[in-house]
Design a protein around this ligand. Structure first.
Ligand code: HEC
Length: 148
């Protein structure tokens, strides 16, 4: 085998190894949201009178990972698991659709994330309507620039 072929193969193997090791560092746990769900828009609006209830839900069931302020960072995670994203980061959150947030809360984190599922089929058995309300609540972290 010519020396240059060996060098090329070694370089290729190195590039592939680098690309594969970078994969678990992707910030979103779920890149498998079906397009008909990711394109959904939130059908509900969160009334002012409902905020207190969803704040309690978030503090009780989500804050141990996402932090009470949505900034995350409360639990250390080892790759290939991904840490919770900063939900107050408006630039990042505009890249996430309502449908993607809905799917994640419904189905949980999948293989690369310890987030449990909250939808009707899960142990938490939240209705779809309740999940949509939580999507609206989560949006407030970035929209209000801080704690809802
Ligand atoms: C065991 C830890 C854990 C718990 C509990 C948890 N999450 Fe998560 N959540 C994560 C991780 C890790 C991710 C993946 C990184 C990410 O996308 O933020 C995630 C992702 C999300 C996303 C998607 C954000 C995005 O980047 O697209 C939403 C929305 C979300 N969580 C909402 C909630 C809500 C609401 C609750 C409570 C009802 C909750 N989570 C409970 C760990 C958790």
């Amino acid at each position: 085998m010519a020396k240059s072929t060996i060098v090329t193969r070694t370089t290729l193997a190195f590039v592939i190894a680098l690309a594969t090791s970078a994969f678990p560092l992707a910030i979103n746990a779920r890149d498998d949201v079906p397009t008909d769900i990711s394109s959904l828009e939130n059908p509900v609006t969160l009334e002012d009178t409902e905020i207190r209830y969803y704040t309690r839900q978030f503090k009780g069931k989500c804050a141990r990972c996402h932090g009470p302020d949505g900034k995350g960072g409360s639990e250390p995670v080892e790759p290939p698991l991904v840490p919770p994203a900063d939900l107050t980061d408006a630039a990042y959150m505009t890249t996430r659709t309502d449908g993607q947030l809905f799917f994640q809360i419904m189905q949980g984190g999948g293989e690369r994330c310890a987030m449990p599922a909250f939808g009707p089929e899960s142990d938490h058995a939240w209705s779809e309507e309740k999940v949509w309300h939580m999507v609206a609540y989560v949006r407030r972290f970035a929209a209000g620039g801080g704690t809802p």
